[in-house]
Design a protein around this ligand. Structure first.
Ligand SMILES: OCc1cccc(Br)n1
Length: 457
């Protein structure tokens, strides 16, 4: 048994006993990950790390602080009664303490919980970002994934539309940083206050608001008659439904102003956002679209979603203002807005555009003892290099040189360092620069220099 560091010395706990032995044969376990989930072997992990590095770099550029929360939350955090898909697919269960818990389907409720928990000790505005794995339990009939990683950026404590404008700017910055331009993607921008003003004009109660938004978010996914039926079923009169559907087809702010009048908050917010977009320099990336409401019940104002202009993919990202979320958890409301950016559609987009990055393993040195009794010497050389910040792949057992060269090529090592008797007794090792084939003997305590440079000086 291998030492596993968890008291896994001589004794083997049941978990280490492996699968049950049946009639002298071991029943092979399914070595695939659970349905709808992914492994990240090195090649996939390099792409994920590259994506997350870009998320983090943009978050740093915008002065956001990283936060995180448990992947497991109280189920109550996600129980909303607006008929959201995210609720129907909640990955929830009862734990051994008989508590109703859930694997988080999104990060925003956790953020709200932490903000309430921290309360007055927080100095506003908060600019927090997180990259977290989110879950849903979807019947595998559609074969879709049950987990994905989401980058979230949130601004808490800013009532002005400058916050939404800043968030969209951060996503534009991200797209540009990975080689995506305004000709590849855009943002559809709207405000839920448009819907609010329509409901008010028909003196329809505000608690219809969230349910109506969730229904409208399905407008491109189910037949329009189904939409009308669902709107009627939540209590919207036919006249209101017709008016609402008419407004949803509006594609310009001036048209919207004609319908709603110029006095409402919806128009003011949208005009301010488009004006700020000009100043941020991303006007070509955004367009008004009254049909965009997003599918989360808690949005209350500006909403936006990133889409691919070729129209082949699902929404790339989405977000908006959610000024009333904290009070749904019993906290004092604070103005809030944020977005979620998943790790799947963006990769599909980069593949479509043929601009996936080429990521290869990198190591500076591969160190190998030329015979078995120099294994200790090789370890000493490796340690010295590592203490100087050099990465080393140390060959851990006696291997033929052919094997060593093959491994050096596979791991893309820059230098091969051979520890041989003749050189070692002189305090030297043999170094081969694998790109040029250039070979030389170097003093061990001079190894960390980039000796190509050293020889020139
Ligand atoms: O975008 C909704 C969602 C939530 C959790 C997991 C996955 Br995959 N997708």
């Amino acid at each position: 048994p291998s030492e596993n560091g968890s008291g896994g010395g001589g004794e083997r706990s049941a978990s280490l006993a492996g699968p049950p032995v049946l009639e002298n044969s071991v029943q092979k376990i399914d070595v695939n990950p659970p349905k709808g989930t992914r492994d990240f072997p090195p090649e996939e992990m390099r792409l994920r790390s590259w994506l997350f590095h870009n998320f983090r770099e943009v978050s740093r550029l915008f002065g956001f602080e990283e936060v995180d929360y448990p992947v497991l939350e109280s189920e109550a955090l996600f129980i909303r009664k607006a008929g959201e898909e995210i609720r129907d697919q909640l990955y929830c269960f009862e734990d051994r303490g008989n508590r109703r818990v859930a694997l988080r389907p999104e990060l925003t409720p956790s953020l709200a919980r932490l903000v309430i928990q921290k309360g007055k000790s927080l100095s506003l505005p908060l600019k927090w970002f997180a990259i977290g794995q989110c879950w849903r339990y979807e019947r595998m009939t559609r074969g879709r994934r049950r987990e994905h990683y989401q980058w979230n950026m949130d601004i808490i404590g800013v009532p002005e539309v400058t916050a939404e404008a800043e968030l969209i700017s951060s996503i534009v910055t991200f797209f540009k940083q990975i080689g995506i331009s305004a000709s590849d993607v855009g943002f559809k921008v709207n405000s839920r206050k448009v819907l609010q003003e329509i409901l008010r004009s028909y003196s329809l109660s505000e608690n219809l608001f969230a349910k109506v938004c969730v229904i409208i978010d399905k407008i491109e996914k189910i037949p329009i008659d189904e939409i009308k039926k669902e709107l009627n079923s939540v209590g919207m009169p036919q006249e209101g439904v017709n008016k609402l559907l008419e407004v949803l087809s509006i594609k310009s702010l001036s048209e919207l102003e004609e319908i709603l009048g110029g006095a409402g908050e919806a128009i003011a917010d949208l005009k301010q956002l488009f004006s700020l977009a000009e100043k941020f320099g991303y006007s070509e990336w955004i367009q008004f679209d009254a049909s965009v409401v997003r599918g989360l019940a808690y949005y209350t104002g500006i909403v936006f979603e990133g889409f691919d202009r070729a129209g082949k993919l699902r929404a790339i990202c989405g977000g908006g203002r959610y000024d009333r979320l904290l009070s749904t958890f019993g906290g004092d409301d604070l103005p809030a807005c944020g977005f979620g950016f998943g790790d799947a559609v963006i990769i599909e987009l980069l593949k479509e555009k043929g601009i996936l990055p080429e990521l290869i393993p990198q190591v500076e040195n591969i160190v190998c003892a030329l015979d078995h009794d120099l294994q200790g010497a090789a370890a000493t050389v490796a340690t010295m290099l590592r203490e100087k910040g050099q990465s080393v792949d140390l060959v851990l057992e006696s291997k033929p040189l052919k094997w060593v060269f093959k491994r050096a090529a596979r791991i893309n090592a820059q230098r091969l360092i051979l520890v041989g008797n003749t050189e070692y007794i002189k305090g030297m090792v043999s170094v081969k620069i694998l790109s040029s084939g250039e070979q030389s003997e170097i003093k061990i305590d001079e190894l960390e220099y980039d000796h190509a440079v050293k020889e020139e000086s």
